[in-house]
Write a protein that binds this ligand. Structure first.
Ligand SMILES: [Mg+2]
Length: 256
């Protein structure tokens, strides 16, 4: 079996629900036995929050970490230290009008959204809808507010609640594509996710894997839904079974 690059979302995807920890350990061990596999976490969480999740669930650390919906990339050094990718940081910074973003935050936000409490994002805004507001209408209000404050940005809605305001063209998929090319990582790329902020990643992956119950047919382009592998069980077991079905991993101990 040849190597591959596994790029996975955390929440609703890699992180185990209660009772799934053993399944995550099985998946981690199967990947550990394959030194030709590169593992990357791609999350909407901040760097700090991603580290907290890795600690809380005792995750095996990945080789690379994409945080903040793609606006930052970190590499794990052989000493186990996280090093931010400065080339990507410069590229994203150049695409982010932080003064316009400040103006939007200070005076321009529509009443329907507020910053996510306790979140300190990198080179993006992390907003959330106030209770009872329509999702599509809120997105349009936010778009108008960005235009009014001169902020040229992409707005990514997810879970009918969160709105990420991102530098144009920056998302989990463009971060993964940069990472893939700059380090000449193995292919195929398997991208796993469950929600709208994973769309860029799924689109840019050779094998998109959508979690059971994630991303409805209305939330993703038909072409992507057609070529995506949908897991038949949730969580790490679902990813494990998808990798087996794709011919990339041997069958797990519970498949026999
Ligand atoms: Mg998710």
């Amino acid at each position: 079996m040849a190597g591959f690059h596994l790029v996975t979302d955390l929440d609703g995807t890699w992180l185990p629900a209660p009772g799934q920890r053993g399944q995550l350990r099985d998946l981690e061990n199967a990947l550990l036995a394959r030194p030709d596999v590169v593992l990357t976490f791609a999350t909407g969480r901040t760097f700090t929050s991603a580290l907290e999740a890795m600690d809380r669930w005792s995750l095996r650390p990945p080789h690379h970490l994409i945080t903040d919906v793609g606006t930052a990339i970190f590499h794990r050094t052989p000493e186990g230290v996280w090093d931010e990718d400065q080339t990507w940081a410069s590229r994203v910074t150049a695409a982010w009008d932080h003064l316009a973003a400040e103006r939007l935050l200070k005076a321009g936000l529509p009443d329907s959204v507020c910053p996510q409490p306790g979140v300190v994002p990198i080179r993006r805004l992390a907003l959330q809808a106030l209770i009872g507001r329509g999702d599509a209408a809120t997105g349009r209000e936010l778009e108008r507010a960005c235009t009014a404050t001169g902020l040229s940005a992409d707005i990514l809605a997810s879970h009918n609640l969160y709105f990420d305001v991102l530098p144009s063209g920056i998302h989990k998929g463009s971060a993964m594509t940069f990472l893939q090319a700059s380090l000449e990582l193995p292919r195929p790329v398997v991208g796993c996710g469950d929600s709208a902020n994973d769309l860029g990643l799924l689109e840019a992956s050779d094998y998109p894997v959508v979690m059971l119950g994630g991303l409805g047919d209305q939330e993703a382009p038909a072409e992507l839904i057609r070529r995506a592998h949908r897991t038949d069980v949730p969580g790490p077991r679902g990813i494990h079974r998808a990798l087996v079905a794709l011919g990339l991993l041997e069958e797990g101990p519970h498949d026999h």
